[in-house]
Design a protein around this ligand. Structure first.
Ligand code: ZN
Length: 447
């Protein structure tokens, strides 16, 4: 009886502590600033390069991928002027030899990069937003014909550029890296070049938001489909060192709680909080059938990465020669774009990146005590490696729930939740002094 009363008292106090994430007016301001016209102007410019095929000219001043990447770099340099010297702009490039597959001649592969450096030297986190600059027609080796790539992936690159425009004016403790990669259509080559560099230089990548086709939502959508939908693809079982983690995942029932899945939930929660009129769909797989994406070289290296993409794909408007057959227009043309949808999806990215960059790193050494049989769950943790926290949220959900359903705030570094660890999943996130939540951490088991 005494024990029951104890738990009831705890439960009542827990529910009274239950809270929602705070709204940060600065982030609402960024979201408001996302401009449909500048997104449209970015894509109109990208289309003027004729083709942005990875093997197209890198020396022509007006046509081809070289001119396109120089233009992206010039946009970045423009925005860097707002950053008080904190934004570094560079071309990451290397010469590729023919590979007998999708590279048939010596090719200068180049990623256009802008790094907005964080203000806290102890906060090493890097948040990445990417889109791919290269485009294609029906034949993946055709580097000459008109390949507008308006949606695939002019939309992603436009979102990267617009994010750089808006966020370059602000200071964040963590760093944000904006990148237009190349070589996606030839086998994710530019993303791999960046992921390999990150791995060899031991970057602390917090999140990769790969945006590939986020501006066309009209195809095959049924009538009365409700809010526009955006898909976030995230891997379940981690591709990196799968054998090492498999038994732990199986024993603790964590097959839905890898780092990419946590990031996907964060995108849904923060995105829908700040951006109206979007329904963010968690897709429980790394990518679509028969297709690849630039987040994959990152997850293969053990980084946390997801793909954001249109809910409805129009296959007549991707990877197609520009033509009309039986009165049907084929090709990835700007006339098929939905700029309101692109604006919304760009805003989702910006809200997520800003919230992450403003938060502190996640709490350290998060543990769940499983030493004894108990209907309550004791969690302990340590403060993050950088930044000041107001406190921590404990996140709770039932094991069959897709998203976190409850939060308990505490200023302590331990908490006993009056719920059984057998029936619930828990995580802990840091809350910055301004109220921004970090990525949540699933506790390790302590015996
Ligand atoms: Zn693409």
């Amino acid at each position: 009886m005494k024990k029951t009363i104890f738990f009831l008292t705890l439960l009542v106090s827990m529910l009274s502590n239950a809270q929602k994430l705070e709204t940060d007016p600065e982030i609402s301001g960024y979201v408001k600033n996302v401009n449909k016209d500048s997104l449209k102007a970015n894509i109109e410019k990208l289309v003027t390069f004729g083709t942005r095929h990875t093997m197209s000219s890198t020396t022509d001043k007006e046509k081809g991928i070289g001119a396109a990447r120089n233009w992206v770099l010039s946009k970045f340099r423009n925005y860097a002027q707002n950053s008080n010297g904190r934004m570094e702009v560079y071309l990451q490039n290397e010469n590729l030899q023919p590979d007998g597959k999708r590279i048939t001649k010596i090719t200068n592969l180049g990623n256009a990069v802008a790094l907005l450096k964080g203000t806290d030297p102890n906060d090493k986190r890097i948040i990445i937003i990417s889109g791919h600059l290269d485009s294609r027609v029906s034949d993946v080796l055709n580097a000459a014909d008109f390949a507008p790539g308006a949606n695939d992936d002019g939309s992603g690159v436009a979102a990267v550029i617009e994010s750089a425009r808006i966020l370059s004016k602000s200071k964040f403790p963590a760093s944000i890296l904006f990148v237009a990669v190349s070589g996606e259509e030839q086998g994710l080559l530019g993303a791999k070049m960046l992921a390999d560099k990150a791995k060899s230089e031991n970057w602390k990548i917090e999140a990769v938001l790969n945006n590939d086709m986020i501006g066309n939502n009209s195809f095959d959508a049924p009538k009365n489909d409700g809010k526009p939908k955006l898909r976030v693809f995230s891997e379940g079982l981690p591709a990196f060192e799968t054998e090492k983690s498999a038994s732990k995942i199986r024993n603790y029932g964590l097959e839905n709680d890898g780092a990419a899945r946590q990031l996907a939930r964060y995108v849904k929660e923060i995105g829908e909080k700040y951006v109206k009129n979007i329904d963010i769909k968690l897709i429980y797989r790394n990518d679509r059938f028969l297709r690849g994406g630039d987040h994959t070289p990152f997850v293969n290296q053990g980084f946390t990465a997801v793909r954001l993409t249109d809910y409805y794909e129009n296959y007549d408007h991707q990877h197609q020669d520009i033509r009309t057959e039986n009165n049907k227009k084929y090709g990835d043309l700007i006339e098929f774009m939905d700029f309101d949808y692109l604006r919304t999806n760009t805003a989702v990215n910006i809200a997520v990146m800003a919230n992450l960059a403003k938060s502190t790193p996640s709490p350290e050494n998060v543990l769940m005590d499983v030493k004894e049989l108990s209907n309550s769950t004791k969690l302990t943790w340590e403060k993050p490696v950088a930044g000041k926290v107001k406190g921590y949220n404990i996140l709770i959900r039932e094991t069959d729930s897709a998203t976190w359903t409850q939060r308990i705030f505490t200023t302590e570094t331990s908490f006993t939740v009056p719920l059984s660890k057998d029936n619930f999943l828990f995580a802990v996130e840091s809350v910055s002094m301004r109220g921004n939540a970090s990525l949540p951490v699933i506790p390790k088991v302590s015996r």
